[in-house]
Design a protein around this ligand. Structure first.
Ligand code: SF4
Length: 226
């Protein structure tokens, strides 16, 4: 069986509680959300990337001699090979993070951290259409099932104060402790990141949420494979 993978690379985790942790990234293609500020738009189509035999993928991942794997996208939960890849790579890594927008529920995933980034209205696409019904983009009931099932973090991309009522309302509906909630600067390149940085730190102080860097954008801008 061959798996289509948008990219495989070794870098540091740029976001969330594991920021700075050396990690192997497997980016699975396909995402119906098409967020306006997406930094991996090249992975939106399901036929993006290269085909690997699963043993080749496993061997490539092992070659980095790294304990942490991040399965990202695109939106991995909508990728048809996600479960197969996860099962096959589980034995290779001590710690697996899956990054998702939280638009679907899947039970019993053998993972260590579910990194959920619900999409606020600031993510609405400008020049394209979403391939998902609006009611499924942020489904509080589904998100509650996810956070009750997995060790999780909630990461929100925000730009300024105007984004906060949505964040506060959703966190309240989810009954999530603030310590699990992180705000990240909306940005696709280093300049945008640096412009939003201080504002987002101040929002964290005001609302009691954690700040998440986006180290890959801060350091390398919109380069792929980092
Ligand atoms: S959910 Fe993630 S991968 Fe999909 S468009 Fe939004 S930011 Fe990009």
């Amino acid at each position: 069986m061959q798996i289509r993978v948008s990219e495989v690379f070794y870098s540091i985790q740029g976001e969330g509680t594991l920021s700075g942790t050396p990690s192997v990234f497997v980016r699975l293609p396909g995402c119906p959300l098409r967020c306006r500020w997406c930094d991996s738009a090249y992975a939106w189509e399901y036929d993006n990337g290269e085909k690997f035999k699963i043993d080749e993928l496993s061997k490539k991942c092992s070659s980095y001699n790294c304990s942490h794997l991040v399965i990202t996208g695109g939106e991995p939960f909508t990728n048809p090979d996600f479960l197969f890849v996860l099962e096959r790579l589980r034995g290779v890594f001590e710690h697996i993070t899956v990054e998702t927008a939280g638009i679907e529920y899947i039970s019993n995933l053998p993972i260590d951290l579910l990194s959920i980034s619900p999409k606020l209205s600031n993510s609405l696409p400008q020049n394209t259409q979403r391939d998902i019904e609006p009611k499924h983009i942020v489904d509080a009931q589904l998100l509650r099932r996810l956070i009750n099932s997995y060790n999780y973090q909630l990461k929100f991309v925000v730009k300024d104060q105007a984004d906060m009522p949505e964040v506060v309302s959703l966190v309240k509906q989810l009954q999530s402790p603030a310590s699990r909630v992180m705000l990240m600067p909306e940005s696709r390149d280093t300049d945008e990141y640096m412009r939003a940085f201080k504002t987002v730190v101040e929002l964290c102080i005001e609302y009691g949420y954690r700040f998440s860097p986006r180290l890959h954008i801060q350091l390398w801008g919109n380069r792929r494979g980092v």
